[in-house]
Design a protein around this ligand. Structure first.
Ligand code: CA
Length: 228
């Protein structure tokens, strides 16, 4: 489990990071808003612990930006402000939980664990990108209501893309997250991308699975790209 901690008070950041590492989590640390947001976009995390008051970019703003880009990573906001209004503002911009400073590390840990547990199929039973729909409860995929037959590996790959819609995903990230094997040949990833395209885009004239030259791939639905 990889966590991102965005907290500008060095002592507090150090104490939290150390405690979480002792619990076996990998912790990336950022000390200002801009750096935190950059890390959140660059690297996939299982949870983000976000201080509300940060130099550079405010915690609520970061939260809002991430959600706008469809990054659904659970977010726990830490704040010195003990106001109900602030709490509501945090939850309104897409935070999942809120913890007031000062707090006991044990409480933070309990909340982190609870959020990570809750995460599993957070998107419900359906994932969708325009005409493409994946039903997770019965492992079936439909495009324009026509069922697409996928192998297990193709299904897992497509599921990952649907969960990260609009994000550019590198081949290495796919190797690590879908194959769970960073040593797999990146050519294999390309081959599977080709298989998927032959099944979901080619027959329908859609361009959902896009190549971002030199970076990776991106699944994105653009309504203006709808086929005839
Ligand atoms: Ca702060």
């Amino acid at each position: 489990m990889r966590l991102l901690l965005i907290e500008d008070e060095p002592k507090l950041s150090k104490a939290i990071a150390q405690g979480l590492r002792e619990e076996g989590y990998v912790v990336d640390q950022a000390f200002d808003g801009g750096e935190g947001e950059r890390l959140a976009f660059m690297q996939e995390h299982d949870l983000i612990i976000l201080d509300g008051m940060l130099p550079g970019l405010d915690g609520l703003q970061i939260c809002q930006n991430l959600r706008r880009e469809r990054i659904q990573t659970p977010i726990l906001i830490l704040s010195a402000r003990n106001q109900v209004q602030d709490r509501i503002a945090g939850l309104n911009v897409g935070a999942d939980d809120y913890l007031n400073k000062p707090f006991e590390f044990e409480e933070l840990l309990a909340r982190v664990r609870a959020l990570l547990r809750r995460q599993v199929p957070s998107q419900g039973v359906q994932l969708q990108a325009g005409p493409l729909r994946m039903d997770l409860s019965c492992h079936r995929v439909f495009l324009q209501e026509e069922e697409i037959k996928l192998t297990l590996q193709e299904y897992r790959l497509l599921e990952y893309f649907l969960q990260h819609q609009g994000q550019i995903i590198s081949r290495l990230q796919l190797a690590e997250r879908v194959w769970e094997d960073p040593d797999i040949s990146l050519g294999t990833v390309d081959v599977y991308i080709g298989y998927l395209r032959n099944k979901i885009d080619k027959p329908f004239g859609t361009h959902l699975l896009q190549t971002v030259r030199g970076v990776g791939y991106c699944l994105r639905y653009d309504p203006s790209d709808a086929n005839p």
